[in-house]
Every structure is written in C-alpha cells, then in structure tokens.
Ligand binder design. Structure first.
Ligand code: C2O
Ligand code: CU
Length: 479
C-alpha cells in the first residue's frame, strides 16, 4: 500500500483519523511497559496540586480559597469564573488510601458557600450540607475541614450551597485516592474532569436562571464543553500504550457518553474504586456526579489525530432531539510503532454481596410537579424544604427502591455511604451515584457504618436538586 496521509473520514464511532504509513514488515512488538508516554503527553490537561503545608507523609494539609478569578476559557477573552485557588477546576487532591486531609478553607466569594466531598466517607460534621452538618460559610469566613481518605478511588469536591449556580460557575475539583496495590497494567493515571459552562461570546457567564423554568426542568447544560477546564485540549499518546482515565462528571446536568470500538476501553471501576472484574466495553457513560474508571488503549494508527466526542444522550423528554455530537478532546498519536499492552487482570476486587435479609425497605419516588412557570420537584411528591427525614440506625441495612415515573432520567446520589445496586446484572461495585432512567426503578442496598448524623440524598442534576428533588436521612446511634 502506498504511503499516504489521507483523511479517511469518519468511522463508525466518529473518530477522524489520518492514515499512517504502513510498515511492510512489522518488527517484533515492543511491550507497553518498556516505553514511557511521549514527553508532555498530558501537559494540556495537567491540573495543579495543592502545596502540602504538612511535612508528615500521611497528611495532606493545604489552603483552599474560593474566589472569583479571571480565567481564559474561550480564546482571547476572560471569564470571571468562581474558582478554588484561582483555577478551574480547583486543585487536584491526590493522596494515598489512609491519608488524612486537612483543608484550611476561606470563602472570598460574594456569597455563602460550603464544600461537599462527594463520595468520600467523611465524618458527618465534614459533609458540607448547609444547615444540617454545618452553618454556611459566609463571605470572608473560614472553615477547617479534616477527614481520612478511607477508600481508594476517584472522588470530587464542590459547593453544596446554591450548588447549580456555584458549580456551574466553576467551583469543582478532583480527588484521587491511590491504592499502591493497583496493577501497573492500568497504565498512567489521567484525571478527566468533564464539565460545561454557560458563556456569552465575550466570556461573560450567563445568569443563573438562564432558560427560566425550562432550565429547571431540563437541567442547564452549558454551551461550552470542558475537559479539565479546557476547550478541546489535545492529549498525546503512543498507539497501544494504556492510560487510566478517571472520568468525573462535574456538570450540572449534562450526561457524557463516549464510544470507542475495537477494545479501546476496559472498564475497571467507578465511584468507589475498582469493580469486582474488568470488562471490555465500547461505550462509557458518566452521569452527573458519577465517576468511571477506564483503561484507555489508543487504537489509532501512529501519527494520527483523532477525536473524543460527546454524544447526545437521551435522558428523557427532548434531551437528545436534534442535537449533534461534539469534539471535546483531541488525541494525537506519536509516529512510533504501536506497542503491545500488558494484560489487565480480570479479577480486580472482592465485593461481597450485601446481606439484605431483614433489611428495612423504603420506596423513594422521584417526582416532578409544579404549575405554570414554576417547576417543583420532590421525592414522593414532597420538595426538600417540606421533607421529613428518613431514619436509620448505625449497623442497619436498608434496601431502597428508587422509582422514576417522570419524563427525565435522574442521577440519584446518597451522601456519606456507598451502596450496591442489586439485581442489575452488572459487574458488582460500590457506588454513590446511579442513574435512574425514565419509567424505571432500581434497588440499592446500603449498610450504615458508624457515622451517625444527618445525610442528604438527591438528584445530581443540580437544577433538579435546587427545585426540590432532595431529601435527608438521619442515622442514629444504635441502642
Ligand atoms: Cu455531589 Cu449532594 O452532592
Ligand atoms: Cu433529576
């Protein structure tokens, strides 16, 4: 075949690639483990880590300030984003399982805020639920958060006050809790924080009530798609060399769904670290609040540029109608020959079933009501501001049936505790956020460990939570 640099066009998955020179006689394959990623492979996506003020190796202590800062999102114009430490996303918290995190937080925003450590099993007083676990942190005030990272996995942090607006303006950051025992075959770690933001051409943030009642109902999807705060960043890879994508959906309402044929994705886990088994997959979906842990093995020809596309996801009434896919990241392969990835173990983790004999049962129906121009959502028809708490005792196991008869999907999130989705036929794993599709119902099993207090649960389409789709649970000390 002739040497060519043709645009072959869009293949099934919408990957545009340029054909690379073919080798007539392929040399013996090089093992992925024997080569490094190309220089600056993740430079366009790297996130700043906080400066550790504590010399102890197992304590990460740092200052975190929420403030308005000018950041360049659209080329050539600035956006007065709401940030942690001036960057979007905020600092990348990375530590080992068992480490302690101490955060000296200052609120320099023009309004009150709190921080919620999404998915991290923090003590109740550290959970950031305003009016429940702490008073709001007023402008100019400070708060000290401290907790132990008990579980390896990928988590994130964000405000829990006016969260649709504050998260939408840029307040979110990643947390990775390393497990030193993870197999090297997973490849190099890369956090990909997926989000979107609503901007005018001149970089101005749209008002929080943009779209009015329709915005509340559909959930606000920003018009600018971001990966690690960047528009269409470019990742450099070597063909065949695996990398571990820790996908975090920090968007207010947007679902992310990716397609890659040809064994490029091996799913290894999600919200709380590894799943029981690894699994090849062609599609990866991350709903708001959720995480996906995936090994990506670039299937592209050496010396090509391909695209990772956001694809319209039908999450209910009109949400995919007339919409097109959009490139959110470019993937450039070096000219080097493809390497041979090492096998990813199939068994990853022991995940014992939850014993649900004698479990306390609850049904939570995710409901949409409201009249005229006012949208009101709730759980069992009750908006959060009128809801009475559910109760549970430390050590008790519950089975919650979460049903959705409404016209939209809802990503259901429980604070503080991991659950197992039961009878879903999927690879067992621990989760804290799960999609409940239109006209369906899921069952989750939860055992409440010894962290009594008031914990929230809600839809992670933050616009939905804000108009009432939220409730709380009081975990009481056993008798
Ligand atoms: Cu990330 Cu109450 O949520
Ligand atoms: Cu919802």
């Amino acid at each position: 075949m002739a040497w060519s640099a043709l645009l072959v066009g869009t293949i099934g998955a919408g990957i545009v690639l340029r054909a690379a020179p073919q080798e007539r006689e392929p040399a013996a394959p090089v093992a992925a483990a024997d080569v490094a990623q190309p220089d600056g492979w993740d430079a366009a996506l790297r996130l700043p880590q906080p400066e550790d003020l504590n010399p102890a190796p197992d304590i990460l202590e740092f200052n975190l300030e929420a403030r308005v800062a000018d950041v360049e999102i659209l080329p050539g114009v600035t956006t007065a984003a709401w940030t942690y430490n001036g960057t979007l996303p905020g600092p990348y918290i990375r530590a080992k399982v068992g480490d302690t995190v101490i955060v000296h937080f200052t609120n320099s925003l023009p309004e009150a805020t709190t921080i919620h450590w999404h998915g991290v099993r923090v003590p109740n007083a550290m959970d950031g639920a305003p009016g429940m676990t702490q008073a709001v942190i007023e402008p100019g005030a400070t708060f000290r958060y401290e907790f132990v990272l008990r579980d390896a996995g990928t988590y994130w942090y964000h405000p829990h006050q006016s969260s649709a607006d504050q998260v939408g303006r840029g307040l979110y950051g990643p947390i990775v809790v390393e497990d030193p025992a993870d197999p090297a075959a997973f490849g190099d770690d890369l956090v990909l924080m997926l989000s979107d933001i609503s901007l005018d051409d001149d970089g101005t943030l749209l008002a929080k009530d943009n779209g009015g009642a329709f915005g509340d109902l559909f959930g606000r999807e920003g018009n600018v798609l971001l990966v690690n705060g960047k528009v269409r960043p470019r990742l450099k890879v070597r063909a065949g060399k695996p990398q571990r994508w820790r996908l975090i959906n920090a968007a207010r309402a947007r679902y992310y769904s990716f397609l890659q044929p040809g064994g490029a994705f091996v799913r290894i886990g999600g919200d709380s670290g590894l799943a029981a088994r690894s699994e090849k997959t062609t599609r990866v979906t991350v709903v708001p609040g959720e995480r996906q842990d995936v090994v990506f093995i670039p299937p592209f020809a050496p010396g090509s540029v391909s695209a990772l596309r956001w694809r319209p996801f039908d999450r209910g009434y009109g949400t995919a109608f007339g919409r097109r896919s959009e490139v959110i990241m470019e993937i450039e392969t070096t000219a080097d020959a493809r390497v041979e990835p090492s096998a990813i173990p199939e068994q990853l983790r022991e995940i014992a079933p939850v014993d649900v004999t004698g479990a306390v049962e609850h049904t939570l129906d995710l409901t949409i009501a409201g009249e005229g121009s006012v949208v009101e959502m709730g759980i069992n028809g009750v908006p959060s501001w009128h809801a009475a708490p559910l109760t549970a005792r430390v050590g008790e196991t519950h089975v919650w049936t979460v049903t959705n008869d409404s016209a939209f999907d809802h990503p259901f999130h429980l604070h503080g505790f991991f659950f197992r989705v039961i009878d879903d036929g999927l690879v067992p794993e621990w989760k804290d956020t799960v999609n409940v599709p239109v006209k369906s119902s899921i069952r989750i099993a939860i055992t409440f460990d010894d962290r009594p207090g008031m914990w929230m649960y809600h839809c992670h389409i933050l616009d939905h939570a804000e108009v009432g789709m939220m409730g709380h649970l009081h975990v009481e000390q056993g008798e």
